[in-house]
Design a protein around this ligand. Structure first.
Ligand SMILES: [Cu+2]
Length: 159
């Protein structure tokens, strides 16, 4: 057997490993924005949500959801059939930590390139660096019933 033939299987194995590592890092890359998760205390979560809305509501509503303009930092978002609440107005270039809690069934949040699964009782925290302009897409990507395809939140970039 020549050297070439002897090393062919090794080369093939290496190539497969490299592809596998690439695939795995792609997969984890998609979830990188999910910085953390923690068990929800619903009462505490609602208190934080309510005080955020009370302090930073714009006074407008969008599809029966309050429009809120929170400062950079922690933002609490309620998720349920079939809405994300509140609607957000965020500043370009700033970093927000979206705390997402499902209140009924399993949903997910596809935010920009990231997607996090939202199981009731667990808060997922997504770090969002707001782009320069436009809107940030946020929608449910886990089938959750009749209104699933219309379960789209509103994150608008304001100047
Ligand atoms: Cu859904």
């Amino acid at each position: 057997m020549s050297n070439h033939n002897r090393f062919a299987p090794v080369a093939l194995l290496l190539a497969t490993l490299i592809m596998l590592v690439g695939w795995l890092s792609d997969r984890t890359g998609g979830d990188q924005l999910a910085a953390e998760s923690y068990a929800a205390d619903p009462a505490v979560f609602m208190t934080r949500f309510d005080s955020m809305v009370a302090a930073h509501a714009t006074g407008r509503n969008l599809d029966n959801t309050p429009v809120v303009r929170p400062p950079p930092g922690d933002v609490h978002m309620r998720v349920k059939r079939w809405e994300f609440s509140p609607a957000l107005e965020l500043e370009p270039g700033k970093t927000y930590r979206l705390h997402l809690l499902s209140e009924d069934v399993v949903h997910s949040a596809a935010i920009g390139e990231a997607e996090v699964l939202l199981e009731p009782g667990m808060v997922k925290v997504v770090t969002l660096v707001v782009p320069g302009n436009g809107r940030v897409r946020i929608q449910c990507a886990e089938y959750c019933g009749l209104g699933h395809t219309k379960m789209i939140g509103s994150i608008e970039v304001i100047q």
